[in-house]
Design a protein around this ligand. Structure first.
Ligand code: UT7
Length: 329
């Protein structure tokens, strides 16, 4: 029996940020009220971050995800009912269960899609995209919504200046659709659970009480070193799978944690910085939302165009990391 091969491609993108933008100067004033000392200069020089968006109490992971998903559907020219798979990558789910993906499904007015969340912290979006690609190619879905959405501000210990200045909230979404020609070309995911403690929110709920530490804790230097050592290798691995050279890349859309990490990976790949999409200065680190937020921005402003080769990379808690290589078709 002759069957048309099924591939997957990105059919649309969208994003959403909370209303409240907090500059480094605003944060400095707020933290000073808590007796915590920081400065715009420290944050800017060490991380490249100038501002971040912080969710108000009426903004949730699902509300940001729904707004991003609606944009992605509109740009793909699809109605919500046409979606048969929804994956939300998040570490800040609205609730323990049901999944945020189910909340998003209801908010979109879809009643049939398979829905689940993926928990791979800042690598969550590339993990989710790789899973959606595999499910579409296996014929299990024709149109998938893949969303990275987070309210990391709710995990912050505002008295811990080594973390609370770094993170922000937001959501980004893509539609992955079945295609006769390949859009998503290759992916490569990895984890090393022996480094779990360098970036973690280790607390849990037990018998109605929080057991352990409910705040995000990070050994920044250890995470920095891990990120820089795995991302270059991982990029070459995924490029090799697709038979593509780093010099063929039009864009690198990396996880946005620290501009110094982005610069170091670009240098390893011999990629000019003009080919790296940078949003960390305006969004801070939005964990699983950072890659789709950056992707949507560069698609909307016309930098990323049809037929271009784009490498997406995530890295973070777990320790997890991964890459997805795609052609915009
Ligand atoms: O999304 C997952 C991936 N996450 C990441 O990739 C984050 C990776 N790590 C980093 O980006 C960096 O390690 C940080 C931005 C977190 C920290 O930068 P660093 O250059 O490694 O600084 P450090 O931790 O070595 O701290 C240097 C100094 C310390 O003071 P002393 O001990 O030298 O007196 C800190 O106490 O900076 C101090 N410091 C601050 N000062 C002002 C730490 N945080 C702050 C702050 N404001 N917010």
């Amino acid at each position: 029996m002759n069957q048309t091969p099924i591939f997957s491609r990105l059919a649309g993108t969208g994003s959403s940020l909370p209303k409240n933008c907090v500059s480094n100067a605003d944060l400095q004033v707020r933290l000073a009220e808590l007796g915590v000392e920081t400065s715009d200069d420290w944050i800017r020089t060490r991380t490249g971050i100038e501002q971040r968006f912080i969710a108000n109490s009426d903004e949730t992971t699902s509300s940001l995800a729904i707004a991003a998903a609606n944009q992605a559907l509109a740009s793909a020219g699809l109605d919500p009912e046409q979606v048969d798979l929804i994956i939300v990558a998040t570490s800040t789910s609205d609730q323990i269960f049901p999944s945020t993906a189910c909340v998003v499904q209801a908010g979109l007015g879809n009643h049939k899609a398979a829905c689940f969340d993926i928990q791979a912290v800042c690598s969550g979006f590339v993990y989710a995209l790789s899973v959606a690609d595999a499910m579409v190619r296996a014929g299990q879905a024709r149109h998938a919504l893949v969303i990275g959405a987070e309210v990391f501000s709710r995990l912050m210990d505002w008295r811990d200046r080594t973390t609370c200045v770094l993170f922000g909230d937001g959501a980004g979404a893509v539609v992955v659709s079945a295609s006769e020609t390949p859009g998503i070309l290759a992916s490569s995911l990895h984890a090393n659970g022996s480094h779990a403690s360098i970036l973690a929110t280790s607390g849990r709920l037990e018998s109605g009480a929080i057991v352990g530490d409910p705040f995000l804790r990070m050994d920044g230097q250890a995470v920095f070193k891990q990120a820089v050592s795995v991302l270059g290798v991982n990029a070459l691995e995924v490029l090799g799978k697709a038979g593509v050279l780093a010099s063929d890349l039009d864009w690198l859309v990396p996880h946005q944690a620290n501009v110094r990490i982005l610069q170091s990976v670009a240098k390893k790949l011999d990629l000019p910085l003009e080919k790296v999409v940078v949003t960390v200065n305006r969004h801070g680190n939005t964990s699983a939302a950072s890659v789709p937020l950056a992707l949507d921005e560069a698609v909307k402003d016309g930098r990323i165009q049809e037929n271009q080769l784009v490498l997406l990379q995530g890295v973070g808690g777990g320790f997890t990391w991964g890459s997805v290589l795609l052609k915009m078709i």
